[in-house]
Design a protein around this ligand. Structure first.
Ligand code: SF4
Length: 552
């Protein structure tokens, strides 16, 4: 008996997002009836990719903004949850001006597409899409983040943000469906794969497993997150890809029940249980509270009897994705929110921001005095920084370590000023700086002990949690780590950064060392000179940061 049945692994109904037509030009139906084919002129894909990356770097989905607003309205949200949510809404409002992108990390350009079997192009689809990405990153105030290997150990910035990751598969009929994403490094780094076994395939053990793994994600990717969990998968890499797609809500319209057919499905009941779990972790929206996640997607996939891949991924506060469709009626793109201010309440904002609750720190004083004032603040204290800071990130830190190893000592600026781990987007004409939020502090963890022992990096500022070695070093050398809200890069550029100049390693582009002047720059004391760590105090147990945390 032939019991052949075909099923897609990820069946999904149409997404239902509100779309707007970009153009009716450049697309034509040729032929008739079932033989009709959609012809797409050269230039259409390029123009669409340009528009898509412009849209997602400056605008967010209305649903995402509504979730931020929900935090402000929730009496159970912590004061810090509300502070972060309001900051992110204000940031969305600044970015919607179309000048400062919402985040300084304008991401790796990623496109997933399904090209219908009756769609005709000249066959250079990936090249045309790449051209559109190239033009968008060149024309707009976006950042070039892609490094190309010239040897095993040497890299150069491609200065175009290419290459993009473009994945085009076969779809049905005369239409072309696309999903555009701009994935930041901090967010991409929070994608995890675990090769587990049937032994955890029950609710209690799975929740215990997920709790530990979700805690280990930490706050470095700028929560609140859209969290995706995939249980099962015909291969490890398929589980990972599914998790990434689920985090963008691409799979929201999958079936919600399983069957004997072998397709994947979305488990809405278990999503609610995992979301509940995330509210109890304690991290909240970065500095304590219940909003570690906006929402959770759980996708259950078929698997080989001997494998149980479990994949976890997040979409961060720069929740940058947009659907597009090309069909006989034209080129359509998902409608993102161009008026995010409508989500900001008209009253009650002073109670959330309450500037008088922050301790003002004058960075114009000698480091010893700055540290002495910080020493009186307990972890979790909100501070407001005014004065000069050095900006240095990954490559500069590798160079500082080389100097120490060569016996040259640290540059004086690293002893005199706090160091902010960041790398700006392009500076718009007439402005002091481009979008300029913090980068993930954890990547610099491996340098801290050596730098602090040499008298540098005694006050650090960035985002996310840190390895226990950082708290130990701060205790030994009298250092501090301050956490800046991750995500609101456009607002920081507009409201808090007054000037910027390159002071070292100019050839490194966005990785150069800068001196910046800030005013009322908001931050929280996360690690103090007694070795206290705010996140460990809030986690249910000391953080298991795992082997991927140390990336010097
Ligand atoms: S919001 Fe945070 S995690 Fe997301 S791209 Fe920006 S810096 Fe990276």
């Amino acid at each position: 008996m032939d019991n052949f049945r075909f099923t897609e692994l990820l069946p999904r109904a149409p997404h239902g997002a509100k779309m707007r037509r970009l153009s009716a030009e450049g697309v034509h139906l040729s032929g008739e009836g079932a033989a009709a084919a959609l012809e797409i002129d050269p230039g259409v894909l390029e123009a669409l990719a340009y528009e898509a990356f412009k849209e997602i770097n400056f605008f967010l989905r209305p649903d995402h903004l509504a979730q931020l607003r929900k935090i402000l309205d929730d009496p159970e949200a912590s004061a810090n949850d509300k502070y972060v949510a309001l900051d992110l809404l204000k940031n969305a409002n600044v970015a919607s001006g179309g000048v400062l992108p919402m985040c300084q990390d304008t991401g790796t350009a990623i496109i997933y597409a399904k090209r219908g079997h009756r769609v005709l192009t000249d066959g250079t689809d990936a090249e045309q899409l790449s051209r559109g990405i190239y033009n968008a990153y060149k024309d707009l105030n976006l950042r070039y983040s892609q490094l190309s290997p010239t040897t095993l150990w040497d890299e150069v910035n491609t200065r175009s943000n290419l290459p993009a990751e473009i994945d085009i598969s076969l779809g049905q009929g005369p239409s072309y469906e696309l999903l555009f994403m701009a994935k930041g490094g901090g967010s991409a780094n929070k994608s995890f794969l675990y090769q587990e076994t049937k032994s955890i395939l029950d609710e209690e053990r799975m929740l215990a497993f997920l709790r530990e793994k979700i805690e280990s994600i930490g706050t470095a990717a700028c929560p609140p997150y859209h969290l995706a969990v995939v249980i099962g998968g015909t291969s490890a890499e398929f589980a990972m890809k599914t998790a990434k797609l689920a985090s963008t809500h691409y799979l929201d319209t999958m079936p919600t029940t399983g069957s004997a057919e072998g397709h994947g499905y979305r488990d809405v009941d278990f999503e609610a249980k995992v979301l509940d779990l995330t509210t109890k972790i304690g991290f909240g929206a970065q500095f304590g509270g219940k909003y570690f996640c906006h929402d959770v997607r759980v996708i259950r996939l078929p698997r080989h009897a001997g494998s149980l891949p479990i994949a976890i991924a997040v979409s961060c506060s720069a929740d940058r994705q947009v659907f597009a469709t090309i069909n006989a009626d034209g080129v359509f793109i998902e409608e993102l929110e161009h008026d995010p201010a409508r989500f900001i309440p008209e009253t009650g904002l002073d109670a959330i921001t309450d500037e008088s609750a922050a301790v003002s720190i004058d960075l114009g004083r000698p480091m010893a005095e700055i540290r002495s004032q910080l020493s009186e603040c307990s972890v979790g204290t909100r501070v407001s920084l005014t004065g000069k800071m050095v900006v240095a990130r990954d490559v500069a830190h590798a160079k500082f370590r080389q100097r120490l190893e060569a016996g040259e000592g640290l540059p004086q600026y690293l002893l005199d000023h706090p160091v902010y781990y960041a790398g700006p987007a392009k500076t718009p004409e007439g402005m002091a700086t481009g979008s300029f939020g913090p980068t993930t502090a954890g990547r610099m963890d491996g340098y801290v002990e050596a730098l602090q022992a040499a008298g540098g990096s005694l006050v650090m500022l960035a985002k996310g949690n840190r390895a226990p070695a950082v708290a130990q070093s701060c205790k030994a050398h009298g250092g501090f780590y301050l956490g800046s809200v991750g995500g609101p890069a456009a607002r920081l550029a507009q409201d808090n950064i007054r000037s910027i100049e390159v002071i070292d390693y100019a050839e490194l582009g966005m990785e150069a060392v800068f001196l910046i002047e800030v005013e009322n720059f908001p931050a929280f004391v996360i690690v103090d000179d007694k070795g206290n760590d705010f996140f460990n105090l809030h986690a249910s147990k000391p953080l298991n940061l795992g082997p991927t945390r140390l990336l010097p």
